[in-house]
Design a protein around this ligand. Structure first.
Ligand SMILES: Nc1ncnc2c1ncn2[C@@H]1O[C@H](COP(=O)(O)OP(=O)(O)OP(=O)(O)O)[C@@H](O)[C@H]1O
Length: 300
């Protein structure tokens, strides 16, 4: 496999700047009748609600009145052919794009219009389709950047290296090492990110996302470029993450992987939801089979 390009967070932000404007030229989201907050949302059983979301880029309708909800503790798959709107949906949920209309609620509260860092602090973390790490920083430092999202150290405390700064620095380091161990790359803690193998980089991204202490972890094609053995290991890691109480939302092209690990799945095609259900229900759905024509339907 060719050497992967590590997109730095700065490059990523630059790439994202234009679409935000395209997605919401007026800077305002059109109000549409939203579904009321349900008892299940209030009790925390339902974690995230995507409510009738439409998102346009000029003439392209990337999401067309899409609705679904995620239950606490499940592994949820978002699938669909190329260009179906999966990444756009992630971007709307994580504050990169603002829906043209519709609502998104997390733990019963609207997150439309919130900034990316506010959404991260609120409990939604994500990884990206392309690896995005600080290539010259060590694996440990990359994870500590994620842990920093929750630090309370003031600028004064950091500048003058007050005790609070050192306490947080130490606890951030310890937790980051634990997370590297959790994803299985602790032996590479001191290595700069660009020297890690592709698979290690993808695991590092997951560790960094987990460092923000998410309630919901969104993984955008985490198995892209993996061989079958690496995919099996990734499945085990995703289950292990869920077992710690984190809800997982997974975009994935590999049908076998999606079918093997998810509790429920939503299928998008041309920005529209065409199916929702358990892996078995979705696999047998004629609309899904048609959307994936060319992909063997027994791939699962
Ligand atoms: N920034 C953008 N500007 C204009 N159109 C965009 C932009 N981002 C996405 N689109 C369009 O929106 C549609 C949905 O794209 P999106 O990337 O969300 O699909 P996807 O399901 O994630 O596809 P893939 O599996 O190929 O990553 C596509 O038609 C795409 O060309």
């Amino acid at each position: 496999m060719s050497e992967p390009h590590i997109e730095t967070p700065q490059e990523a932000d630059a790439a994202n700047a234009r679409p935000v404007d395209q997605a919401a030229p007026t800077g305002k989201t059109t109000a549409v009748a939203s579904t009321p907050v349900s008892d299940e949302e209030r009790s925390g059983e339902v974690l995230l609600v995507v409510d009738n979301v439409t998102l346009r880029f000029g003439g392209v309708v990337a999401l067309n009145e899409v609705s679904f909800s995620l239950r606490k503790g499940e592994i949820f798959g978002l699938i669909g052919p190329n260009g179906a709107g999966k990444t756009t949906c992630f971007n709307a949920m994580t504050g990169v794009y603002r829906p043209t209309s519709g609502g998104i609620r997390f733990q019963g509260e609207s997150i439309v219009g919130k900034k990316k860092h506010e959404i991260t602090r609120g409990g939604i973390a994500r990884t990206f389709q392309n690896v995005r790490l600080f290539p010259e920083m060590t694996a440990l430092e990359n994870v500590m950047v994620g842990a920093d999202a929750h630090h309370k150290t003031s600028v004064i405390s950091a500048l003058f290296r007050l005790p609070r700064f050192w306490r947080e620095e130490r606890s951030g380091r310890d937790r980051s090492l634990q997370l590297l161990r959790f994803v299985g790359i602790h032996e590479r803690a001191g290595e700069v990110a660009r020297n890690l193998s592709y698979g290690e980089q993808r695991r590092l991204e997951i560790a960094r996302a987990l460092a923000t202490n998410p309630t919901l972890l969104c993984l955008d094609e985490p198995a892209a470029g993996f061989n079958p053995a690496e995919k099996e290991d990734l499945l085990a890691l995703i289950r292990k993450i869920r077992d710690t109480g984190v809800t997982v939302l997974l975009i994935e092209h590999d049908m076998r992987l999606v079918m093997g690990v998810t509790d429920r799945i939503v299928v998008l095609e041309f920005g529209k939801k065409i199916a929702e259900g358990t892996p078995a229900e979705v696999r047998d759905n004629p609309a899904v089979i048609a959307a994936y024509l060319g992909v063997p339907t027994d791939a699962a």
